[in-house]
Design a protein around this ligand. Sequence first.
Ligand SMILES: NC(=O)c1ccc[n+]([C@@H]2O[C@H](COP(=O)([O-])OP(=O)(O)OC[C@H]3O[C@@H](n4cnc5c(N)ncnc54)[C@H](OP(=O)(O)O)[C@@H]3O)[C@@H](O)[C@H]2O)c1
Length: 295
Amino acid sequence: MTVIKKVLVAGASGYLGRYAVNEFKGRGYFVRAMVRNPEKLKTAGPHGEPAVYDLIDEIVTGDVTSPESLNGVCKDIDIVFSALGLTSPHPQYTSYDVDYLGNKRILEQALAEKISRFIYVSVFNEDKMAEVLSIKAHELFVADLKKSGLSWAVIRPNGYFSDMGRFFSMAQSGHIFMVGEGKVKINPIHGADLAKVCVDAVDGESREIAVGGPDIYTFREVMELAFNACGKAPWITSLPLWLAEGGLMVTGLFNRNLADLLSFAVEALKFDHIAPAYGTRHLKEFFAELAAKKP
Ligand SMILES: NC(=O)c1ccc[n+]([C@@H]2O[C@H](COP(=O)([O-])OP(=O)(O)OC[C@H]3O[C@@H](n4cnc5c(N)ncnc54)[C@H](OP(=O)(O)O)[C@@H]3O)[C@@H](O)[C@H]2O)c1
């Protein structure tokens, strides 16, 4: 008799989380999704990530900043997959509250239920950005996970196509302000390709898996691709790094949480982000899909 494994997907309403739901379901798992707002799952996300409501076996509503909402979230679960994180500024909560404390609360639930494996999504090049608060929060959790005694996998992606989508939106407006010369390189990955790596990580030893996509671009090339997809001539203005850092300091005076998240973006523009290549989907096609969708 085949035993159906049960997975909890935390962050199931996010860009990666939805593709993970899709991938786990496609491989025959029973999927429990933890989300704040189940309604969100009924429609596609802003970067083409699928509506997954009808695929999910069980939806639980939970907010990691409210510990009591997580009680029992891992009951009868075999695998926990968390792509849960703070990716836009919140007036009250920081990366520490969500990425660290929030995921730690899920880990506590997982430990109480004796699950068999915990897969967590952190970031690539974390050692080069160790002082950035959002990276610190991810890595505090990774340290706790490694010490927990559970079998684990830590996925370290460099950048998602959804993140590159920001350049597409700016290109649509006709102009992009670029920090630096745009020579830094990255091989970003599509959520569907990354989800395959995440689900493959269910099996095998506890390990860290660095992940990038199939094509390497400079940031300037990404922006040019975005302009081409919109049918607009590239208009890119380069701002010196010191100006962006100064801007961050000023932002920090009136919005600390926004400055903390932006500091990741500025820090990340200082070196290449080329991770081992996975997947088959290309950024040019992703931008073409966004262009076809948007008026
Ligand atoms: N984007 C990138 O290029 C990139 C690169 C490397 C690593 N990462 C990491 O990968 C992870 C997933 O990224 P993503 O782009 O898929 O993020 P995303 O689309 O913003 O999704 C984040 C998920 O976390 C959930 N969440 C946030 N705060 C929560 C809370 N208090 N309680 C419960 N759920 C909460 C969100 O729920 P709602 O839908 O309700 O907001 C959403 O489901 C993040 O940890 C990110 O740091 C991202």
